[in-house]
Ligand binder design. Structure first.
Ligand SMILES: [Zn+2]
Length: 212
């Protein structure tokens, strides 16, 4: 545990860290592996040491993008009924649910399994692409805000469980064979969990505004 030192004298904005809870201002300190900087006033966490660098985070996002593509293009389940079988992708399932009168479930599934992960991957990738060379992406502040707001909505794990339950239930009517897409979504869940655990606030420190 390393408490950040309180502010003394003039500092540049990048060297400062403000407690999100009580607005105390601190001078930023380089954290070693496993270090956590706490606010001495209210005890809130100011910053954690990042175990994976910007290059590593970027590689993680690129991998997620590829897995996302596979997950969306591969069949998630194959349904068999009296000798006939049909494979369905995520979008096939969403459309089927919509037509079946389950519009809310269809909408939520599309949001949590498609739009939220896609925006998380796209925005994080955009910010990191520039951060690799120490620059701030155009729209940096808005992108950072969006990342924080999307986080609690990317409930991909919850819907993975829902999908599994649906597959098991459908098993009573059809022969259900989980497709490659389900496994890809499983891997994607892990990847998104990992990069959602990263402290994206660190990007404020490692990047500088373009001198334009
Ligand atoms: Zn505080």
């Amino acid at each position: 545990m390393a408490a950040a030192s309180r502010l003394e004298g003039m500092q540049t904005a990048q060297d400062l860290i403000i407690c999100e809870h009580c607005d105390s201002v601190y001078r930023r300190r380089t954290l070693a592996r496993g270090d956590v900087a706490d606010c001495v006033v209210c005890g809130a966490v100011l910053e954690r040491h990042q175990w994976i660098g910007v290059e590593g985070q970027f590689a993680l996002v690129v991998t997620s993008a590829i897995v996302f593509l596979i997950a969306n293009l591969s069949p998630i389940v194959t349904l068999g009924l009296s000798g006939m079988s049909s494979a369905t992708t995520l979008w096939g399932a969403v459309i089927a649910m919509w037509r079946d009168g389950a519009q809310l479930v269809a909408f939520l599934t599309a949001m949590t399994l498609f739009f939220f992960p896609l925006s998380q991957i796209a925005i994080f990738g955009w910010v990191l692409w520039f951060a690799r060379s120490g620059r701030r992406a155009p729209g940096f502040a808005r992108a950072m805000w969006a990342l924080v707001s999307i986080k609690p909505w990317s409930m991909i794990e919850v819907f993975m469980l829902g999908t599994l339950v649906a597959v098991v239930k459908a098993h009573t009517y059809f022969d259900v064979v989980p497709g490659a897409g389900i496994w890809a979504f499983g891997v994607l869940t892990l990847l998104i969990t990992v990069f959602s655990s990263l402290d994206s606030r660190e990007l404020w420190t490692v990047t500088r505004e373009d001198p334009a």
